[in-house]
Design a protein around this ligand. Structure first.
Ligand SMILES: N[C@@H](CCC(=O)N[C@@H](CS)C(=O)NCC(=O)O)C(=O)O
Length: 229
């Protein structure tokens, strides 16, 4: 049985990717949650993860770290992780890689917190560029491959890579346009996403650095987590 090491569901965008993919595709695993510590979790995470970060997958004696490597490792045994059509697969891999290495402004300015609702003070041109590119990508995938998911009929890795973006759009009220707006709602309603979201809202852990960063982005409209903030 796979063991997937993850951090707090409310905050951990990187953990969400392999988790939601494995859940959505019914790949059995056991999760181990390691709450993020103030400053860095390096010392704790190094006990199980070579780069001191999560997610980290254990498959017997094999350890695989970094969300992209985990997804590719799993895809060797579960080819349906990527679309079967070669063109769709190439597009899905490109979009996932772009997500993995880019969208820095969205990451920095809109930290993932499933439970917060924030009205942003302002959307900088650099952040708007990330939002526009995401909308372009989503609309392109939906139009090229016919939906309802980004690379066609099935939920695949590329949807998992954009899963944290869906929570960020929801939290900060960012606008998805055209077919991407429906896709955003569809992604948020995937049962595995709803399961992650519900668990995130129930968490009691609060990490002060994350809380400060999220509240700095704008005006707090709501904190839907149990116990609030
Ligand atoms: N590129 C890595 C990034 C992983 C990452 O940064 N994870 C965060 C949690 S969301 C982490 O482990 N942080 C540990 C720390 O802050 O010390 C991946 O794709 O897995």
């Amino acid at each position: 049985m796979y063991i997937l090491h993850i951090a707090n569901k409310n905050y951990s965008s990187w953990s969400l990717r392999p988790w939601v993919l494995m859940r959505a595709l019914n790949i059995p695993f056991t999760e181990q949650i390691h709450p993020l510590e103030v400053g860095t979790s390096w010392a704790t995470y190094r006990n199980f993860s070579p780069n001191g970060r999560v997610p980290c997958l254990q498959d017997g004696a094999q350890t695989v770290w970094d969300s992209l490597a985990i997804v590719e490792y799993l895809a060797e045994d579960f080819p349906r992780i990527w679309p079967t059509d070669k063109q769709a697969r190439a597009w899905a891999r490109s979009a996932s890689a772009e997500m993995h290495s880019g969208f820095q402004q969205l990451r920095n300015q809109c930290g993932m917190s499933c439970g917060h609702r924030i009205q942003m003070h302002a959307i900088s041109p650099a952040l708007q560029k990330d939002i526009d590119r995401i909308n372009e990508l989503w609309n392109q995938g939906l139009s090229l491959f016919g939906g309802p998911f980004l690379a066609g009929k099935s939920f695949t890795a590329v949807d998992a890579f954009f899963a944290p973006v869906a929570f960020r759009f929801q939290t900060y009220g960012l606008k998805a346009t055209g077919a991407a707006a429906d896709y955003l709602q569809r992604l948020l309603a995937v049962p595995a996403m709803l399961e992650w979201y519900a668990a995130g809202l129930k968490e009691n852990w609060r990490e002060p650095d994350h809380e400060t960063e999220i509240l700095a982005a704008g005006k707090l409209i709501a904190d839907l987590r149990s116990g609030g903030h």
